[in-house]
Design a binder for this molecule. Structure first.
Ligand code: AMP
Length: 576
């Protein structure tokens, strides 16, 4: 673990209202870029930071700049420029979250393709921060609808990308509209000459920060990654858990809150797991590690800090559920497996926007991380059947079954039922919540798009979402980002609450909170996306997701089930 990571948020002079949010989000320690940038940005210094998405750079500039904001002054004081509207939305959403307790704070994402009227209304109402793409910001400046005269700080996010996309002239022109004595921070994953030239022209004695990537080799560990696509991360994880031969496992997430949420969700799905985080007392942590060591527990969901130095030989797998901030953390994380010369497995979940971090990790470990696919529902069902057969043979060979044979004989005579039917019923009861038949629907997975990761690495709760329908589809050229943008902006629904989106030929199905108010529904009826009115409605109750909300009739056979559970308990747990 790097020295910088040991710094504490409490030691940084960030506003208490922001500290409160950091606590709520479960951020344990500042990431390296945060530890290095925040103190200087708080002092008003210019900063040139070489770092990628996923390193925590949004908070690195948002927290100090928000700390220096004058809330009473309702004119833009912070201007963030990003290369894409997705990043603009993401940064604006993150700022909104961090500023949750700054009363009256307004941030406006500004990007092309979005309804101009909406942006003008918001600007007229007064905003403290603007996050946008250079093209649209320039449009506003030309129309005279945006005044940058009170800007205190400008952030150029992913500067290399902005230059690659040809925004250089716009960026420089925009900078001339902001006061000379403003503060400027520039973040870029790479530092080509043109980026440095912009920095030279527009920054004053900037502090330079490089979030380094060290080279290390980790030989006994087989590393794979799964590109987050088509499935929720939680579903992918549970399938991997079922399909792989695992012993002990550590799953890394970014926040303390996520350790608890994820381990509870895994428990609910029948996996023995526990959280390990910095909020727990030393004694509690030791107890959890002890349970993992002696096999009482198979999975520990941990943050980097809590798992520091953890040495448990039976850890066969490390899953990076949330990608780490830097390559050093990655190397540290995966080093929890492959202990004592054993083979270890490391699996990394990579969202599309985290691809760069994957490349850095490959460079740092000097190894290729191979792409893996998540087992399909059919693979899972096949595996369950194989396991079922194995358990059956094993129990048949190792247990004294005389009493049960008699029980079945009696049943057969009393009910005049064939042995095949009785055996089939017992098999049905044994499968419990792990069905042996694959779901006919599995082919539809390919068409789903996952928007699982919210901006704060939180695990989104799917329970309260239902499916809505909007009347715009593939034939109109719609893409998920259009829908997310429209719903987040017009419906004021946090992108965190937007679930899966399925794009069909002439309509889309989207998972959104079940309790959308009439006002929001009405507002969303009339929003235009790709030239179509959304005309949102609740998808019919026969739809796959909404029908899941209806309680299903279940065959219980409680007593019989309990009896079987007690007496025919398989020697191995169904998941190994
Ligand atoms: P960014 O590099 O700004 O895109 O941030 C990547 C992710 O890291 C986001 O989901 C943030 O919410 C999360 N994050 C940022 N800082 C921290 C921190 N100190 N501890 C835990 N998570 C963080």
């Amino acid at each position: 673990m790097t020295k910088e990571l040991s710094a504490r948020f409490e030691d940084l002079s960030i506003l208490p209202a922001l500290q409160k949010v950091i606590k709520e989000l479960g951020y344990e320690t500042p990431s390296p870029i945060q530890a290095q940038s925040i103190p200087h940005l708080l002092e008003g210094r210019d900063l040139l930071g070489q770092a990628q998405t996923g390193t925590g750079k949004t908070a690195a500039f948002a927290l100090p700049l928000l700390s220096r904001l004058n809330l009473k002054q309702k004119e833009p004081q912070i201007l963030v420029m990003t290369p894409t509207r997705e990043l603009a939305l993401q940064v604006a959403e993150a700022m909104r979250t961090y500023a949750r307790y700054l009363k009256g704070f307004h941030v406006l994402p500004v990007y092309g393709g979005q309804n101009m009227g909406h942006q003008l209304r918001q600007l007229a109402r007064g905003v403290h921060a603007i996050v946008g793409t250079p093209g649209r910001i320039q449009d506003h400046l030309e129309r005279g609808t945006l005044n940058l005269g009170q800007i205190k700080a400008v952030v150029l996010d992913e500067a290399d990308e902005m230059l690659k996309m040809g925004f250089i002239d716009d960026v420089e022109r925009i900078l001339t509209h902001a006061p000379q004595d403003r503060q400027t921070a520039l973040f870029s994953a790479t530092m080509p000459k043109d980026v440095l030239a912009v920095a030279r022209r527009h920054m004053v004695d900037p502090l330079e920060i490089h979030i380094k990537t060290k080279t290390t080799t980790v030989e006994t560990i087989n590393q794979r990654y799964w590109q987050v696509k088509g499935l929720h991360k939680l579903d992918a994880l549970t399938r991997i858990l079922e399909a792989e031969d695992t012993d002990g496992m550590i799953i890394f997430v970014r926040t303390k809150t996520a350790t608890v949420e994820l381990s509870e969700k895994l428990e609910a799905r029948g996996f023995s797991s526990a959280a390990l985080n910095g909020d727990m007392t030393q004694a509690m942590r030791e107890k959890t590690v002890e349970r993992l060591k002696n096999g009482q527990l198979d999975i520990v969901v941990a943050t980097d800090v809590a798992a520091r130095g953890l040495d448990v030989k039976r850890i066969s797998h490390v899953v990076n559920y949330d990608i780490p901030y830097d390559t050093e953390s990655y190397i540290h994380r995966i080093g929890r497996t492959g202990r004592a010369g054993r083979e270890g497995q490391a699996i990394l979940f990579v969202a599309p926007r985290e691809k760069r971090m994957l490349a850095s990790i490959e460079r740092a470990t000097r190894q290729t991380i191979t792409a893996m696919s998540v087992p399909s529902r059919k693979d899972i069902a096949d595996r369950r059947v194989a396991l079922f057969n194995e358990q059956l043979t094993e129990a048949m060979q190792s247990q004294d079954l005389e009493f049960f044979e008699e029980l079945i004989d009696n049943y057969q005579h009393e009910h005049n039922t064939g042995l095949r039917r009785i055996a089939a019923t017992l098999a049905f009861l044994l499968q419990k919540d792990k069905p042996l038949q694959s779901d006919a629907d599995s082919t539809r997975e390919v068409d789903q798009l996952d928007l699982e990761t919210d901006d704060h690495g939180d695990v989104r709760d799917e329970q309260d979402l239902i499916q809505y329908r909007i009347e715009v589809g593939r034939q109109h050229g719609v893409e998920p980002r259009h829908i997310v943008g429209a719903i987040a902006n017009e419906g004021k629904i946090s992108s965190k609450s937007i679930g899966q989106i399925r794009i069909n030929q002439d309509y889309c199905l989207i998972d959104l909170p079940a309790n959308l108010s009439n006002a929001v529904m009405k507002q969303l009826q009339n929003v235009w996306v790709c030239g179509q009115r959304m005309q949102i409605s609740v998808a019919d109750s026969g739809s796959e997701k909404n029908s899941r909300l209806k309680p299903k009739r279940r065959v219980t056979h409680k007593k019989f089930n309990k009896y079987i559970k007690k007496n025919l308990k398989p020697n191995r747990s169904p998941r190994r």
